[in-house]
Design a protein around this ligand. Structure first.
Ligand SMILES: [Zn+2]
Ligand SMILES: [Zn+2]
Ligand SMILES: [Zn+2]
Length: 980
């Protein structure tokens, strides 16, 4: 090249150059990247890369295949993706098989509504056709959900998810029922269960939710039939009544007893001719409420006259009479009786009690109305006293014909009439409206009742009908909860233990169609029931071939082993059970049906981790544990993580109707799925997670900063071939090594955070590193070197070596969280000719924390403290117009005599101008103060046209008259390079 051509100085400056765009355009670029992943079959490549590594199994809790996804579902799946991707990059073989919960009531209801639109009813269809319609609905819903989950950048076995309605799964569900039978846990019995009178089905604990409800609160007199003198001689010959209180007058026709606490003191007090028995502590409250107390001349209430006091045990097995039916109401003693109103409800310990009883206030009498067919405690004490489990209410919640006066009426409508009826009969002392939290059906939102019906149960504390409190299912599940499983956050352990301690026997039968039939047969002649594990396995094999539809398409004889005869009567004709299994039994089976599915070799039982919302302590965490313990005597999970709820900015639940819902679909279209992922990563998911447009805006600002950091590094790696141009670490500039030490520190922290599933800490750490350490400090300082040095100068290559490692590590670190952007960065990192880097960052491993030099870090941190003081003075000088840009400054620095800064500054004298980004630095004599003294002057000399630094030597160089000595040398070096 001829030297006569005037040199275009601008062209000799190494300006950043990269195809990595400043503006992300995620909404457009993400679909293209997803397409690329599909083309690559990225999930399969990751599987292959993981072959032979230690396994890590996250088992997916199946979302319900009914509606479209919302922010909560998106968040749940994204957190799972964070876990799977990070474990995979930590060197595990971490397959992810997503699943869908496909059976159950909501789908039946949906199909029924669709039929109604065509003027048809469920009964117009055969069971097979109805089930086919349900299957199709689930299939469509899960197809849409799959599309949406994939759009969020979640990698997994989307072509082959597990479905609770697949043949194998339905067969395994039936087999698991057989396992419970085999272990002696299954029994059929009449027990009170939650019952929705609208949907006409039993409900699981997890299918009940609490809402405000107004009930009639009544105080009712039960006449004592036994001789009152047997309680206390003072009561001889008196008309004595036991007072009860209830908020469900409709359960009174089913009253068979009254429970008192054996150790509480009870009082009999006088009111006119009559004597009333209540707990001593409640005498005043009851007398006031029911206006039984007389007033003195000052209008003050006088306490009623108490005739006798005695422990509740004295009432045991005495007889009262029903207030209007000619029937005994037996007095019983039980520890469940409380004085604080009645049994506490809506604790997760025993939510069932609230159906019959009210939770708050001292509204009770200490004598509890007991209807064994309508309450859990009632059932238990009724059993103990040999009472009938009496339930004169039908499926639709109507009184059966035997209930005089009220037959055919629905229970909630009958309430008011029963109150009026009692008032007329003179047995009602007081009534009022009472607002309380009351359980409702989670589907139709109607209040539920507690009702005894013949159901299939799994016993919690019994084996083959014998008490087994130490060896039963409950004991086994509690032991696993306490001793084996790791709960994150740690309160999960207590929550699960309490849930297990309080749960009643598991009612697993449902009077519905869309589910796995309970594989039990009844002898057509003697009605003996066959619940036989061998027979169940036989049926399950048929399900495996034909699906659970086989139960409906074959007569019983074809489902039983050939020639099966009744052991009782020898008959060979059978009928089939019509109930199906609880859907929670279905989903609880997942660990067996999926992790142990021989077709899914990549999985294994038990799972390493389950992660779901807190509602699953009642739901899937619980049912999975039951099935794990029944089948393998251990929990199906090593670790259980609980995530919070998605709420709006004010902490309210999101509702489409309230207008505060952040809809994933909309966010994706406007800003990209990456923003939802980043929002998940930025929130502490162990708590509730808040989202709003404003919060997402902040997330996007953070995104731009991260993107700019990556872009700076990529732009300055233009022309860098890491295999050819890398500088060995010990030959690198000190500050570059300092940057690598900071990187190593970040990596070490991040590895720990990933290990502990603390994704918000990962993001905080990465954000701090990229904005504070890199953008605001390191990048500023190395800019001069990167831009003005000859491209191949070793000092520039040193900075590039650091940048290369930094951006390569950053892409890996953020890959589990920012699945799209990390891969985009990865693509733009120059790899040189001989790179063997994987095609996607998702095939790479997390970076190793290398080159940490503690001494270097502390030295440079000291220099940066001084830098802060200098920058503050520069800012002042800019404000008072002493200088314009910082390069116009000459800094005179006088270190403190008291500190070691003198030695430090002397040692780094030559580098200080780059650290402060000024043209010149001079060290003056030490000052007496604690801090260095800083003076800012205008820089000496002339501005170099190329690097904009000031130098007294500009003009000295004949061939490059407008540049400084550094630039002159660089230009000569460039020319030499060009000649090569
Ligand atoms: Zn309902
Ligand atoms: Zn028989
Ligand atoms: Zn220069």
């Amino acid at each position: 090249m001829s030297t006569e051509t005037p040199l275009d100085l601008k062209k000799t400056v190494n300006l950043p150059k990269t195809a990595f765009a400043q503006k992300a355009n995620l909404a457009q670029s993400e679909p293209a990247r997803l397409e690329k992943w599909t083309q690559l079959d990225l999930y399969r490549l990751i599987r292959r890369a993981g072959e032979g590594r230690e396994k890590f199994i996250l088992h997916d809790g199946p979302p319900y295949a009914n509606a479209d996804i919302h922010l909560g579902t998106a968040m749940n799946k994204i957190l799972k993706d964070f876990i799977v991707k990070s474990r995979s990059m930590m060197g595990f073989d971490a397959p992810y098989v997503p699943g869908y919960d496909c059976h159950g009531l909501p789908i039946e209801q949906h199909v029924e509504r669709a039929l109604a639109k065509k003027g048809k009813k469920k009964n117009d269809l055969s069971v097979e056709s109805f089930r086919r319609a349900c299957r199709e609905h689930a299939q469509n819903a899960l197809k849409n959900q799959t599309r949406d989950f994939k759009r969020l950048g979640i990698l997994g076995e989307w072509d082959d998810p597990y479905l609770t309605m697949s043949n194998h799964y339905e067969a395994e569900t039936a087999r698991m029922f057989g396992r419970f039978v085999e272990r002696g846990y299954v029994y059929k019995g009449a027990r009170p269960v939650y019952w929705c009178i609208v949907d006409q089905t039993a409900l699981a604990e997890a299918e009940v939710e609490y809402h405000q409800h107004t009930s009639p609160s009544v105080y009712v007199k039960f006449p004592l039939r036994s001789d009152p003198a047997s309680i206390d001689p003072a009561l001889a010959g008196r008309k004595v009544f036991v007072l009860i209180w209830t908020t469900t007058p409709w359960t009174l026709p089913a009253n068979l007893g009254i429970a008192v606490h054996p150790d509480f003191e009870y009082s009999a007090f006088e009111h006119g001719e009559e004597v009333y028995i209540v707990a001593s502590e409640l005498v005043e409250a009851v007398a006031t409420k029911c206006e039984l107390a007389a007033r003195n001349e000052n209008g003050e209430l006088t306490p009623p006259k108490v005739l006798a006091r005695f422990p509740g045990a004295k009432l045991d097995r005495l007889e009262a009479g029903h207030p209007w039916i000619d029937r005994v109401s037996l007095l019983m003693v039980g520890d469940h009786v409380t004085l604080g109103g009645e049994a506490d409800a809506e604790t997760e310990l025993d939510v069932s009690e609230a159906v019959k009883k009210a939770p708050e206030g001292k509204a009770g009498t200490g004598a509890v109305h007991t209807a064994p067919g309508h309450g859990h405690d009632d059932f238990v004490i009724g059993k103990r006293y040999g009472l009938e489990i009496y339930c004169p209410v039908d499926n639709a919640g109507r009184f059966t014909p035997e209930v005089e006066h009220f037959a055919g009426q629905r229970v909630f409508e009958a309430n008011d009439q029963i109150v009026e009826f009692m008032r007329e009969k003179g047995v009602l002392l007081f009534s009022e409206k009472y607002d309380h939290r009351y359980p409702h059906c989670w589907r139709c939102k109607n209040p539920v009742i507690f009702r005894a019906t013949p159901q299939w149960f799994i016993a919690m504390d019994q084996v083959n009908g014998e008490p087994a409190e130490q060896t039963g299912l409950r004991a086994g599940a509690i032991k696993e909860t306490e001793d084996r499983v790791k709960w994150i956050p740690a309160w999960g352990r207590d929550r699960m233990r309490n849930m297990l301690k309080g749960r009643p026997d598991w009612c697993v039968s449902r009077q519905r169609v869309w589910g796995v039939s309970i594989p039990v047969f009844y002898c057509a002649k003697c009605n003996a029931e066959v619940a036989d594990p061998a027979v169940i396995d036989h049926v399950a094999d048929i399900f495996e071939r034909e699906s659970g539809d086989a139960w409906h398409t074959h007569p019983a004889e074809e489902l039983l082993p050939p020639g099966y005869t009744c052991k009782g009567c020898g008959a060979t004709e059978w009928t089939k059970e019509t109930d199906i299994l609880d859907v929670w039994f279905d989903s609880g089976t997942s660990s067996i049906a999926v992790l142990e599915n021989p077709r899914r070799e990549e999985l294994r039982w038990p799972a390493d981790v389950y992660i779901e919302g807190g509602d699953q302590f009642r739901g899937w965490f619980n049912s999975s544990l039951m099935i794990g313990v029944a089948d393998h005597d251990r929990a199906p999970y090593e670790t259980v993580i609980t995530h919070g709820w998605t709420l709006d900015a004010q902490g309210r639940a999101m509702h489409k109707s309230a207008g505060n819902a952040v809809e994933p679909d909309k966010v994706i279209k406007q800003s990209g799925a990456e923003i939802i992922r980043l929002w998940c990563a930025s929130s502490n998911y162990f708590d509730d997670m808040r989202a709003s447009d404003e919060i997402l805006q902040r997330v996007m600002d953070g995104y731009r900063k991260l993107r700019n950091t990556a872009r700076f590094a990529l732009g300055n790696l233009h022309g860098f071939d890491p295999s050819r141009d890398s500088v060995p670490v010990d030959e690198m500039e000190e500050i570059d090594r300092w940057a690598l030490s900071e990187l190593a520190d970040t990596i070490a922290d991040v590895q720990e955070y990933y290990e502990n599933y603390e994704f918000h800490f990962v993001l905080q750490r990465v954000t701090h590193f990229s904005t504070v350490t890199l953008s605001a400090l390191y990048f500023d300082i190395i800019k001069d070197r990167l831009y003005t040095y000859a491209p191949k100068n070793v000092a520039r290559r040193s900075a590039q070596t650091a940048l290369y490692r930094i951006v390569d590590s950053l892409a890996r670190i953020i890959a589990p969280l920012l699945a799209f952007t990390s891969d985009e960065i990865w693509e733009h990192i120059p790899r040189g000719a001989n790179s063997e880097m994987p095609v996607s960052v998702h095939l790479a491993l997390l970076p190793e924390a290398e080159h940490y030099d503690a001494k270097l870090v502390s030295t440079w941190n000291n220099l940066f403290v001084i830098r802060e003081r200098v920058l503050a003075e520069l800012e002042k000088a800019r404000t008072n117009k002493t200088i314009g840009s910082s390069l116009e400054a000459l800094v005179v620095l006088r270190p403190s005599v008291l500190s070691e800064a003198q030695v430090l500054l002397e040692h780094y004298k030559e580098q200080l101008r780059y650290i402060f980004i000024v043209s010149q630095v001079e060290l003056g004599p030490p000052t007496e103060g604690i801090w260095p003294a800083v003076e800012i002057h205008r820089a000496r000399g002339t501005k170099c046209e190329r690097c904009w630094n000031y130098s007294t030597r500009v003009g000295e160089f004949e061939r490059f008259p407008t540049v400084c000595e550094r630039c002159a040398a660089a230009l000569e070096e460039i020319e030499r390079g060009n000649q090569q």
